[in-house]
Design a protein around this ligand. Structure first.
Ligand SMILES: [Zn+2]
Length: 248
C-alpha cells in the first residue's frame, strides 16, 4: 500500500540538490517535502514533486486524439511511480533528528498539464506521434532546458539486453532527476556498465545509488542541527549508500 502522509504538517521542504553531473545544469528540476507518515509515528515520507507539462505533437503517426493524450500522460505517471516509488528506506543513525525523521520513505508526486502554456511546470515533455509499428528511437532529456523529447511508442516495453524489458519514458525520468546513463555506449557514467538491469542502463530496476541525491537533500536539511550539536548527521539509502559511494 502506498505510504500515507500528513500533508498539513510539512517537516522540511526545499528544492532538489543536483548530483555532481559534470556539465549538467545546476538548477531546479523538482521540489521535495518531508512529511510525517500517517499511521506510523516512527517514520516520515519524502515527497518528490515534479510538475510535468506534456506538449503533444502530431507527426508521421498522424494526429493525437484527446483520449490518446490523456492515456499517454496517465500511463507515463503510472509507469514512473510503479518503478520509482518506495524502493528503499533512507535512514540515519544520528539521534539528533526527531525520531520520525530518522527513517524516511520516498514517493513521487507528478501532477501534469496536457498542452497549453503554464509557467509553473518543472519539466516539459514533448511527445511526437509516430506509427505504432515504428522501430524504437532514442529519446533525449535536455536537463539544462528542462525538456524531454519522447515519442508515442516510449511507453512500449523494449528488449534492450537486460533480464527485463525497458520503457524508454521510465528511463528518461531518471535523467529528469539528474541521473546519467549507465550503459557503456552512452559514455557518460561508466561506473556501472555491468549492471544491465539498472533503470539507467537497459533495464527497469532502481538501485540504491539512484536515491542517493535524496539522502544528500536530507543531510542538507539537518546541516544546521548537525553544526549546533557538533555531530555528523548522515543519511544513507538502505543504511549504506550516499553520494560518497553512489558513483553517480
Ligand atoms: Zn538515457
Amino acid at each position: 500500500m502506498a505510504l500515507l502522509y500528513n500533508s498539513a504538517e510539512p517537516l522540511k521542504k526545499g528544492q532538489n540538490i543536483r548530483p555532481p553531473l559534470g556539465s549538467f545544469f545546476n538548477g531546479q528540476s523538482y521540489y521535495l517535502t518531508l512529511y510525517p507518515e500517517m499511521g506510523n509515528p516512527n517514520r516520515s515520507v519524502l515527497v518528490v514533486k515534479m510538475v510535468l507539462q506534456f506538449q503533444f505533437k502530431n507527426g508521421s503517426g498522424g494526429s493525437w486524439t484527446q483520449g490518446e493524450k490523456e492515456s499517454y500522460a496517465h500511463s507515463f505517471v503510472d509507469g514512473v511511480i510503479a518503478v520509482w516509488n518506495e524502493k528503499f528506506r533512507i535512514t540515519t543513525t544520528s539521534t539528533i533528528p526527531a525520531q520520525n525523521c530518522r527513517d524516511v520513505g520516498v514517493v513521487f508526486n507528478l501532477p501534469y498539464f496536457i498542452d497549453g502554456w503554464h509557467t509553473d511546470d518543472d519539466f516539459e515533455l514533448s511527445v511526437t506521434k509516430v506509427p505504432s509499428t515504428a522501430d524504437w528511437q532514442v529519446s533525449t532529456c535536455h536537463y539544462s532546458d528542462g525538456n524531454t523529447t519522447l515519442d508515442s511508442n516510449d511507453l512500449r516495453p523494449e528488449t534492450k539486453g537486460a533480464s527485463m524489458k525497458q520503457r524508454d519514458a521510465v528511463h528518461e525520468f531518471g535523467h529528469m532527476l539528474g541521473l546519467r546513463d549507465e550503459y557503456p555506449e552512452a559514455k557518460t557514467n561508466l561506473n556501472h556498465t555491468g549492471d544491465t538491469d539498472s533503470i539507467m542502463h537497459k533495464g527497469e530496476t532502481v538501485r540504491e545509488r539512484h536515491y542517493a541525491p535524496f539522502a544528500a537533500w536530507l543531510n542538507k536539511q539537518f546541516e544546521v542541527a548537525a553544526q549546533l550539536s557538533k555531530s555528523k548527521i548522515e543519511y544513507k539509502v538502505n543504511g549504506k549508500t550516499d553520494m560518497s559511494n553512489a558513483l553517480l
